[in-house]
Design a protein around this ligand. Structure first.
Ligand code: FMN
Length: 182
């Protein structure tokens, strides 16, 4: 059984990215399990405290370490990733060399109300994976443009093709994780 830790880069209650993450839990193949971690409550990173991180961060790092793979669903804010997501990543990567993400396989999804589906945020996040020493999958790309048309008011995906893509992404992440485990 492959264990995946998922988190969303949005704290918004009705977040489209939280919705696609919840959908991933339902669509997950039988040989894997996704646990969702909510980034709400992580304070702003201050390097003065990186050796004594807050409990929420300690908990986040433990869950990252325990997982075989990571799944991130993120909005795009001003052509990049939200501060909420970067802040959580920065905490979990410190203090050097205690980077909880080291060597983890990872997959990204993004949902946006705009026409590019958060693609620019995905490419910025991929750049961060180099510093984190993570191994992202490249195919398929799950980018959800015009999210309001594909996710209803209850946060359910109404677009069957999107569900299929999320399932493919999970299958790809699981296969990659198994390969890396050797
Ligand atoms: C500060 C801010 C900046 C944004 N910048 C972008 C952007 O660069 N590209 C984009 O496609 N959408 C942008 N949006 C719109 C988001 O796609 C939209 O708010 C989306 O619903 C956020 O994801 P969520 O539903 O998971 O919270 C921005 C929204 C905010 C609040």
């Amino acid at each position: 059984m492959i264990t995946i830790l998922g988190f969303a880069g949005s704290l918004r209650k009705n977040s489209f990215n939280k919705s696609i993450l919840r959908a991933a839990v339902e669509l997950c193949p039988e040989n894997a399990k996704i646990e969702i971690f909510d980034l709400e409550g992580i304070p702003l990173f201050n390097q003065d405290f990186e050796n004594q991180p807050p409990e929420k961060v300690r908990n986040f790092k433990e869950k990252i370490r325990a997982a075989d793979a990571i799944l991130i669903a993120t909005p795009e804010y001003n052509y990049s990733i939200p501060g909420v997501l970067k802040n959580a990543i920065d905490w979990a990567s410190r203090p050097y060399p205690d980077n909880a993400f080291d060597n983890k396989p990872v997959a990204i999804m993004s949902a946006s109300t705009g026409m590019l589906g958060g693609s620019r945020a995905q490419y910025h996040l991929r750049q961060t994976f180099i510093s984190l020493n993570m191994y992202p999958i490249h195919d398929p790309e799950v980018m959800v443009p015009f999210a309001k048309e594909k996710i209803d008011k209850d946060g359910k995906i109404t677009d069957e093709k999107l569900k299929e893509k999320i399932r493919e992404l999970l299958e790809s992440l699981i296969a990659w994780t198994i390969k890396l485990k050797g």
